[in-house]
Design a protein around this ligand. Structure first.
Ligand code: SF4
Length: 236
């Protein structure tokens, strides 16, 4: 689908959060921790504040439809009735780009019997008062992403160990940085779950496993299951 153009009135409604710019939405199988393998409804918000070297969503700034919050809630409600137990993933781009952080919380509170996961790049503050059905997956950007230190370290105090997780997408050169950051995470919170996700073709799984075990790290490997199932395809 091509990128649409909008008049200044609609762009202002997007900026103010009255309307939400969407790249795509579809039912799929979750490819990554902590929900790997589960059926989910993926909603990809448009726009990102970073430009990581290895980004696999170069179409992250497309706006292919614009929904009000009420329309998105109705859509999610329809999906969860037609597919009982399905989880919802808000991703991007960056789903917490201002003013969407509070909107995401609002949607989760409205649909309190649905489980929501928010895949964020960690540079935005998460909601420390998030409801129990809202879970954050914070992707801590490493040097190979090329954007410098972007992770908001205050989030370590806001995360709830039984709800939120940290993920590092890594190549071989990132490993010393990740070891240092895991030590930092553990000094602040011993129970936050940490996942290491290998960049495709940039690190062998055996190397990653050796890294975890030889350093006695409390961290798990997460592979991109959707790419194993469907390959490098858009919309899955
Ligand atoms: S934060 Fe995610 S969507 Fe944004 S540029 Fe980086 S990898 Fe791409």
């Amino acid at each position: 689908m091509g990128e649409l153009t909008f008049d200044t009135h609609i762009m202002e409604e997007i900026r103010s959060g009255q309307k939400l710019p969407i790249v795509e939405r579809f039912v799929t199988i979750s490819g990554e921790a902590p929900t790997m393998g589960q059926p989910m409804y993926l909603v990809r918000f448009s726009g990102c504040n970073l430009s990581c070297r290895y980004c696999d969503t170069p179409y992250r700034n497309e706006i292919n439809e614009i929904l009000t919050i009420a329309q998105l809630c109705d859509d999610i409600d329809r999906i969860r009735i037609s597919y009982p137990g399905i989880i919802i993933l808000f991703t991007g781009g960056e789903p917490l780009l201002e003013p969407r952080g509070t909107i995401v919380t609002d949607i989760a509170m409205r649909l309190h019997d649905v489980q929501f996961y928010v895949e964020t790049n960690g540079s935005m503050m998460i909601d420390e008062a998030a409801p129990d059905n809202l879970h954050y997956v914070l992707d801590w950007k490493t040097p190979s992403a090329g954007g410098g230190e972007t992770f908001c370290v205050d989030n370590l105090h806001r995360m709830r160990a039984d709800h939120d997780v940290i993920k590092f997408v890594t190549d071989e050169s990132d490993l010393p940085y990740i070891k240092e950051k895991i030590e930092l995470i553990r000094s602040k919170n011993e129970s936050i779950r940490v996942y290491l996700s290998p960049q495709t073709g940039k690190i062998e799984l055996t190397k990653l496993a050796d890294f975890i075990l030889s350093n006695k790290l409390n961290a798990a490997i997460s592979v991109q299951l959707h790419k194993i199932i469907w390959g490098e395809k858009r919309g899955v």
